[in-house]
Design a protein around this ligand. Sequence first.
Ligand SMILES: Cc1ncc(COP(=O)(O)O)c(C=O)c1O
Length: 354
Amino acid sequence: MKITLKQNSNIQNVDFNNLKFGAIFSDHMLICKYKNGRWVEAEIMPYQPLPMYPGTQALHYGQSVFEGMKAFKTDDGKVLTFRAEDNFKRLNTSAKRLCIPEIPKEIFMEGLHEILRLDAVWVKAGDNFSLYVRPFIFASGQCIKATISDEYTFMIICSPATTYYQGEMHVKIEQEYTRAAKGGTGSIKAAGNYAASFYPTKLAREQGFSQIIWTDAKNHEFLEEAGTMNIWIRIDDALITPNLDDTILGGYTRDSIVQLAKDMDMKVEERAVSVSELHQAHQQGRLKEAFGTGTAVSILFIGSITLGTNKMILSKQEDSFAKRLKDRLVAIQHGKYEDKHGWTTEVLSSLTPQ
Ligand SMILES: Cc1ncc(COP(=O)(O)O)c(C=O)c1O
């Protein structure tokens, strides 16, 4: 792998106590091109603009997929990835659905580890800090006919993140717009899914909500996701999250929480949850908690859920399941609690001896 190092790091210009999520980038980026039917050697270089023609296909037809994952620092200075192999697999599942050639595992993993080694100072120690890692692939051929590209670019860029103050979400159950329909692309990370969610989310924000709870496309009857997070509720002592199908993105935070909840002897149900079940549980005082899970936030608490004109307020729980799960997850990610499931991997460069 060709590596060109950045001469002067930007890190001293970054205020880590006031990080805007996703707006600051680490010093290096990885780039790898697909041409003439194969992925060619990856290269790491200083983070910089990309030369690009206006006819670049991804710009016109959205043939573009991405991943979101994080690296964490342990108290003794090791950098850990979390479920990186799962993110690699999901990127290729997304790629396949959009006719993008799959990225070989060595390119993804060696590239990821090398960039994290080079930008290790950007992974700050402390439970609130992480380095958000964004692998993505886009159609970089040039043609404005609506057709499959024959050239692609795979990249990894990184952005320092903090969860210093997250607060809680006040969400609205969306019953007009739809995120995903059966047979569509809801279960993959296609760039266009997110573009289509911006307008309904903007309307909800204008009405004072922080996020939307998406419901099924057919009757808007079943809960699907909370914005770009998987949704969870607790009725009595049962944690419930919608079962996965092709309208829901199978989050790895969701999957980790399912496992951790079982480890902690909590009752977990992966099944359909209807809006009326939610409403009834609230009226009966049995709706104890609700939260979203995703890489960016880990777990984000929901303070209220609005259905039409009915605002269901969730009062703070003494023994919050979400809080206990979040603490356990964050501890594993930062190497402070035994990683029984082999989710974390220490970053060691496969190319350059330490
Ligand atoms: C639509 C959607 N749902 C759920 C998630 C949570 O997935 P993960 O936990 O793998 O970050 C994400 C984020 O990737 C997402 O974009």
